[in-house]
Design a protein around this ligand. Structure first.
Ligand SMILES: [Zn+2]
Length: 101
């Protein structure tokens, strides 16, 4: 079904021009883009994608803290200096807790 953009008459899919007023009919692609329903659906999909990106950002931050702590443990163990770990470990834990990870 193709709706005429000039008079609103509904024409069959294979008609080249409007049966009522003779206006040249648009292709199916143009009709699909003009639908207000499709634009609403696109914005909903964007919101869901954005929320997912936020969750992934939190996970990434948690991994950064974990890897930083691991690197610090390896570094100070290699240096045979253990006291900074007793400060650093709770600091990172508190930081992660404040960031609600
Ligand atoms: Zn028409």
């Amino acid at each position: 079904m193709i709706t005429c953009t000039r008079c609103g008459n509904k024409n069959s899919d294979n008609s080249q021009s409007c049966e009522k007023c003779g206006h040249k009919l648009q292709s199916g692609f143009a009709r699909f883009n003009g639908s207000p329903l499709s634009s609403k659906k696109n914005s909903d999909q964007f919101n869901i994608t954005f929320e997912h990106a936020d969750i992934f950002a939190k996970h990434g931050e948690a991994w950064v803290y974990a890897l930083f702590l691991l690197a610090a443990v390896v570094f100070f163990t290699y240096q045979q200096v253990y006291w900074p770990l007793y400060i650093l470990t709770p600091l990172v834990a508190i930081l992660a807790w404040f960031r609600k990870i």
